[in-house]
Design a protein around this ligand. Sequence first.
Ligand code: CP
Length: 326
Amino acid sequence: MQTFLRGRNLVSDLDFSKEEVETVLDLAWDLKRKRAVGERHAHLLDKTLGMLFFFSSTRTRCSFEAGMAQLGGHAAFIESRTTQISHGDTAKEIGEILGRYFDGLAIRHCDWQEGNAYINEVAAASRVPVLNMQCDVYHPFQCLADLMTIMEKKGRDLRRKKIVVSWAYASSYLKPISVPQSLILQMPRFGMDVTLAYPEEFPLMPEIVDEARSQARQHGTAFEIVHDMKESFTDADVVYAKSWGPLLTTADPDEGKQLQDRYQDWITDQDKMQVAAPDAIYMHPLPADRDIEVTSEVMDGPQSVVYDEAENRLHVQKATMALTMR
Ligand code: CP
């Protein structure tokens, strides 16, 4: 068991080894139990986390903020537009300066081809751990919460369990590709067979897909790409279907929306869930476009685990902060 994570950043899903992820999960379950029975767990007494947001959030902001308070510390919510970033504070200056005020920095920056580079630049200049609250490439804490939830529902040995990571239609906006990318990178390490499904115009980053294939090879799991939503659900143990934008195909949001609108039948509904394993679970990081991305029947149905999944954000983030910010 690898326990020494003090001072470490979590920007990409693979920044922590498999053994280190297992340590995070073990501690997350311990903290979850402690919270359930009201046992104090002030592992970060008097510590502070600076949370810098360039993009809106419900779950991420609230779970990091609540988590820091439960660990005995404090989280400061900072919206980029209320700072001097637009007037010249560079990523290096943010890392240098905020790193001297806080014991950890957490950043959400989802702008395509900007967010990940920004977070890495801050991390390079920061003397304290930098945690990725979602960028254009990765959403590592969502993925840790997803892994924790899958293990709670399917057991800790996930070998030969099939997860389908599928594109779904949304009308609200062109969503980032970070969630599916994190899932295909992390799940093979824990033995899951991955089926990635999307319409041809919605590929993920080729270097991420190559790395996911490499992880699958290393861990002896299956990895396939298909372009039919219902077919991809066949015998799945975990159905994870969400929308993302055609960011690799077009930089024009209007063209992206037109492409997206061609695939309105890519909705998770009961008909498609029928071809998955009878005890399959349905997952979504939320927010979802209800009755567009997924029917309310599925979202509110017995196979849906979306609220447990949202709750587990709190526990994996507390575990990671306790390990890295001591
Ligand atoms: N799943 C997730 O990251 O939710 P928020 O965008 O509300 O933080």
